[in-house]
Write a protein that binds this ligand. Structure first.
Ligand code: SAH
Length: 391
């Protein structure tokens, strides 16, 4: 005999997005009499008309109070459940990539809200951002072991989003050890620090954009602003760029970039600098580059930052365009999901115009295929990358 699972009731005529297939219910859409449930409790979700929304996890502390994991009620979220989801996620990546370096799980996009897993061969970095997923850590890790038998599993439970769910922050190895590893991408060997690096240690999302940008750089000079551990810069150098410089404010990231340059026998100059200040200086000195990349940290961290953040993107596009040579290429990226694509496009256009340049937009893209999005959550496709050629 099992105990009957708590049912969460969707209010009459509420839950419009969930009725259309989205995996979220907001706290104002449901009957919150269940708010005494432990954060992350597994629940059934039903409508007033008896309609079943499915099995989900509940957290009264979060605005997104329910996250659905399955369209049927009473689904047991055990290791078997997770193994099925992980195998489905793995099958997609094995189709996309020849080598075992990719984002293995992209949260709602892979049917697992609150969970991302980046795979670096036999090491997995697990990032959990919801109380629901945190409470399911044990069956999840058992399923990961069964599916991939990784040697090392690192828990990066230090994303700021965890505080919205009332979760503590920590970083630890659940298996083996964490630390520095090599990443292979587009024929280049990079290094990442999985414990102390940003996010999971490596940005797989830019993989296809790095490859495209690199294809434009043979024999060219390249400036990679916000280079982190050398993602774009080394891809360009590997593709035959003749003069490559990277800028970043993080000393450890620049150290890994430099080491990766040496490991690949490539020559790149990595400089510690504030990008806005350095671009102003280069502009004043009338220096320019054939190809410029500007891939900054998120300028719009929350909805209320939209106006100042949008202005910062405009300024960045202006300064980056100012140091792009005539006939050159400029890539500007945003990883803020709080700025819509249309707005980002118009700010970049305004910045380039303000620099006195005319441009053609030649490519508009997002994250690579290992970052699937739930079709009903288009806003979770946070990454936008625009490539222009400038006269
Ligand atoms: N392009 C990189 C990812 C960039 S992430 C890649 O392909 O992997 C954003 C980077 O901006 C981080 O490395 C961070 O250290 C750096 N950063 C943040 N603020 C900065 C500033 N004011 N000046 C220079 N770098 C900055």
């Amino acid at each position: 005999m099992t105990n009957k699972r708590t049912a969460i009731h969707v209010k009459p005529r509420e839950g419009r997005r969930a009725r259309a297939g989205a995996p979220w219910l907001f706290s104002n859409e449901i009957d919150m009499t269940a708010k005494t449930l432990a954060p992350g409790a597994v629940v059934n979700v039903v409508g007033d008309d008896g309609r079943v929304f499915g099995t989900g996890t509940f957290n009264a502390k979060s605005l997104i109070a329910v996250r659905l994991l399955d369209p049927a009620a009473d689904i047991v979220l055990d290791a078997e459940f997770f193994a099925k989801k992980l195998k489905r996620a793995l099958a997609l990546r094995e189709t996309l990539y020849a080598a075992p370096y990719y984002r293995l799980v992209n949260a709602e996009g892979d049917g697992l809200p609150g969970l991302t897993i980046d795979r670096f061969a036999d090491t997995c970095v697990v990032q959990i951002t919801t109380a629901g997923m945190e409470a399911l850590l044990e069956p999840l890790l058992a399923a990961l072991d069964e599916t991939l038998q990784p040697e090392n599993v690192v828990l990066r439970a230090d994303a700021p989003a965890r505080s919205l769910e009332g979760l503590e922050l920590y970083v630890r190895a659940a298996k083996g050890n964490a630390g520095r590893i090599a990443v292979e991408e587009n024929g280049v060997r990079y290094f990442a620090d999985l414990e102390a690096g940003q996010k999971t240690g490596w940005y797989y999302d830019q993989r296809d954009n790095r490859a495209f940008l690199a294809s434009l750089t043979r024999g060219k000079s390249v400036l990679d602003a916000y280079c982190y551990t050398g993602g774009f810069a080394l891809a360009a150098a590997h593709a035959g760029a003749k003069d490559v410089a990277g800028l970043d404010s993080s000393t450890p990231a620049l150290g890994l970039a430099q080491e990766a340059a040496a490991a690949n026998n490539l020559t790149c100059k990595f400089v510690k600098a504030d990008v806005f200040e350095e671009l102003e200086r280069l502009w004043a000195a009338r220096e320019s580059f054939d190809v410029v990349v500007a891939d900054p940290p998120p300028f719009v961290k929350s909805k209320k930052d939209l106006e100042p953040g949008a202005k910062a993107y405009r300024k960045l596009a202006r300064l980056a365009a100012s140091v792009t040579a005539p006939g050159g290429f400029l890539l500007v990226a945003s990883c803020s999901h709080n700025i819509p694509l249309e707005r980002f496009l118009s700010e970049c256009a305004a910045g380039i115009l303000r620099a006195g340049r005319s441009a053609r937009l030649i490519r508009q893209s997002g994250a690579a295929g290992d970052h699937p999005t739930h079709p009903m959550l288009p806003e979770s496709a946070y990454l936008k990358a625009l490539v222009y050629t400038l006269d």
